[in-house]
Design a protein. Sequence first.
Length: 216
Amino acid sequence: MWGFFNQYGGLSTFGYPVSRMMSFLGCPVQMFQRQIIQVCPGSGAALINMLDPEIFPYTQVNGSTFPAADPTLKANTPPVSSPSYSADISNFVQANVPDTFSGQAVNFQQTFNTLGGLTIWGAPISQPQADPSNGSFIYQRFQRGIMHFIAGQGTQSVLLADYLKAIMMNQNVPTDLANQARETRFFNQYCPANTLSLCRPGDLPGTDLTYAFVNG
C-alpha cells in the first residue's frame, strides 16, 4: 500500500490518511482524503471505484453540484474484454476528457495523464460540467474520482473519501449530502462501543471499523 501511494503521486493524488488499516466490504483498506486503497486477497493494491452507484452516487455536496453519471457515455466505454482495449480506451479518454472547456483551461486530460491515468481515475463517466451556481467551478466525473477546476487556481480532485467517512461517522456531513445519504447502508455506521464498531453490521458485511478512526 505504501508503494502504491508513492508510485501514483502520494499526497497530490491521495491526500492525507484519514483512517487506520481496516476491513471494508471484504478487503483490507486504508482511507485517504481523496481515495480508498484496497488490497483484496490475491490482488495487489488498487483503488475502490468510489463513484460506483452503491458507494457515492451523489451530485449535491456542500453547496456544489457535481455532474451525474452519463448512461450514454458509460455505455460507449470500451469493454475491458476487447482485444484492442488499450488503444480503444486511450482514444476514448482523449475524445472525452478535454484540457479546455467553456473557454477555460481546465487541464482535465493533463491531470488525468500526470496523476495516474486509468489506474487512479478509471474511465470518464460524465462530460465536463460547470457548477450551475458558480461558473468558476467546472467538474468531470470518473469511476474513481471527480476533477474540480477552480478558475484562477487550477484543477484538483474532490475529497470524496473524506465525505464518505463523514457519512459513516455521521459527523460534519454537509446538509445536502446528508439528505441524499441518510437511507443508505453507510450512513451513521460507526459505533465504537459495538462489535466491529458497526451500528448495523448486517448492512456492511466484511467490514470491521475497530480502531479505524482512532487517533494516536
